[in-house]
Design a protein around this ligand. Structure first.
Ligand code: SF4
Length: 384
C-alpha cells in the first residue's frame, strides 16, 4: 500500500498528513455547554485511543464553553461549525486547535474570509467539511423543495464547470463545493487545510475522495456520514474508509455511529489495524467455533477481548476452540489459548508452552500476556 503524499497540518500537537500515522477522531455526543459531561466523555474517548476530539457548536454559549473544555483535556479540540460564521470566530477566541466549516451552509465568501483571516493569525487549521446532505443548490443538485435559501457565494458556482449539465454529478458538485472554499483560503495565503467529502452512499463518497485526491495536496479526513448503528454502520464505514485507505488515500478518520462514541474509536482502531496502519495494542484472533469446539468460544473470546482492551504493547492474541487445530490455525499469534475438555493449551507462535486447568485458563493467559509485555520492554530497552 503506497500512501498519497500530502502537505501536513498540525491540529494541536497531532500531525495530519505527510508521513504521520493515520489519526483517529471522534465527536462528543454530550451538550457542549455541559462542560463536566463533555470533558468526562472526552477523557473516556482519549483512554479508548481517540487522538483528536470534535465538539458541536450550536450557539455562542457552546463556543464559549470550549475554552473551559480545552483547559481540562489533553487531546486537540476541534470546533464543528455550521451556518453561523460568528460561532467560528468565538470558537477561535476559546483557543480551539482546529475549525470544521461546512461550505454548504456558510456560503458567503466575505464571511469565510473573515474566519480565515482570524484563523491565520492564530495559526489554526481549517477542515473544509463537504457533506452530501447539505450541498448548496446548483442546477438540480442540492435544491431543497426547489428553493435556495441563499443567493450568494457558493451558489454562484458554474452549473457544469465546463461539462454538460446533464453530466454534472453529485460527486462533481461535492468536489466543486470543496474547491470553491479551498480557493478562498488559498487566495488569502492560507494553506493549513484538510478536507472531507462525506456521503452515506459509498460509491459517491469513494469517488469524491478519489477525485479530490488528484486535485489538491491537502490531507483528507475520511468518513461515511450517518453510517448507522454500530452493527451496520461499522461495516459500512469499514468498507468505505477501508477502500480509500487501501488505495493510499486518507490521513485521519472518523467513524460515525449512532452509538456510544467509544464504539466509533474502537471501530476506527480496528479498521487501521486490519490494514496494518496501526501497530500498537492487542489484536485478537478468534476462531469462529465449529462442531469440534470444546468450549463456548464466543464467551471465551469476549472475556479475553474485555481483559486486553487497555494493553498498549503490540501483541497478537489467539482464542481457539479446540486444541487439535487451534495452535496450528493461529500460529501467527504471539500468544494463544486453545481450549480442550477440562483444560487448555497456552501456546506461543503455534508452539505449546503450558497446559492449564480450564478454571484457571483466563488468568493463566493474562499472566502469559504480562510476561510477553515485560519481555517486549526488555528487548526495547536493549535496542535503545
Ligand atoms: S480452532 Fe477448532 S473449534 Fe475453532 S474453528 Fe478451528 S477446528 Fe473449529
Amino acid at each position: 500500500m503506497k500512501r498519497r503524499i500530502t502537505q501536513p497540518v498540525y491540529v494541536g500537537d497531532v500531525q495530519i498528513g505527510g508521513n504521520s500515522p493515520i489519526s483517529i477522531q471522534s465527536m462528543t455526543k454530550t451538550d457542549t455547554r455541559d462542560v463536566k459531561s463533555t470533558v468526562k466523555q472526552i477523557k473516556e474517548l482519549e483512554e479508548a485511543g481517540c487522538d483528536i476530539i470534535r465538539c458541536a457548536v450550536p450557539d455562542k454559549e457552546a463556543a464559549i464553553a470550549l475554552k473551559d473544555i480545552k483547559s481540562k483535556i489533553k487531546i486537540p479540540l476541534i470546533a464543528d461549525i455550521h451556518f453561523h460564521y460568528q460561532l467560528a470566530l468565538e470558537a477561535l477566541k476559546s483557543g480551539v486547535d482546529c475549525l470544521r466549516l461546512n461550505p454548504g451552509n456558510i456560503r458567503d465568501k466575505e464571511k469565510v474570509s473573515e474566519i480565515v483571516n482570524e484563523a491565520k493569525k492564530l495559526k489554526v487549521p481549517i477542515r473544509i467539511g463537504v457533506n452530501f446532505g447539505s450541498l448548496p443548490p446548483v442546477g438540480k443538485i442540492g435544491v431543497t423543495r426547489g428553493i435556495s435559501r441563499h443567493n450568494d457565494g457558493v451558489n454562484l458556482l458554474e452549473k457544469g464547470l465546463g461539462q454538460e449539465e446533464k453530466d454534472y454529478s453529485v460527486v462533481d458538485h461535492m468536489v466543486a463545493t470543496g474547491l470553491w472554499e479551498i480557493r478562498i483560503l488559498e487566495d488569502l495565503d492560507f494553506d493549513m487545510i484538510k478536507i472531507s467529502l462525506k456521503a452515506f452512499d459509498l460509491d459517491t463518497t469513494i469517488e469524491a475522495y478519489r477525485k479530490m485526491a488528484k486535485l489538491v495536496p491537502y490531507p483528507l479526513h475520511l468518513g461515511i456520514t450517518e453510517a448507522g448503528t454500530a452493527k451496520s454502520g461499522s461495516i459500512r464505514s469499514s468498507i468505505g474508509i477501508g477502500s480509500l485507505l487501501y488505495d493510499g488515500i486518507g490521513d485521519t478518520i472518523r467513524v460515525s455511529l449512532s452509538d456510544n462514541p467509544i464504539k466509533e474509536v474502537e471501530t476506527g482502531i480496528e479498521i487501521l489495524k486490519s490494514l496494518n496502519l496501526k501497530v500498537s495494542g492487542p489484536t485478537l484472533i478468534a476462531c469462529p467455533s465449529c462442531g469440534r469446539a470444546d468450549v463456548d468460544v464466543r464467551k471465551l473470546a469476549n472475556d479475553v477481548d474485555d481483559l486486553i482492551r487497555k494493553i498498549k504493547t503490540p501483541i497478537k492474541i489467539a482464542v481457539m476452540g479446540c486444541e487439535v487445530n487451534g495452535p496450528g490455525e493461529a500460529k501467527d499469534a504471539d500468544i494463544g489459548i486453545a481450549a480442550g475438555v477440562g483444560k487448555a493449551i497456552i501456546f506461543r507462535k503455534g508452539k505449546k508452552t503450558k497446559i492449564v486447568n480450564e478454571n484457571d485458563m483466563l488468568q493463566e493467559l493474562m499472566n502469559e500476556i504480562k510476561q510477553f509485555e515485560t519481555e517486549s520492554i526488555v528487548v526495547g530497552d536493549e535496542i535503545t
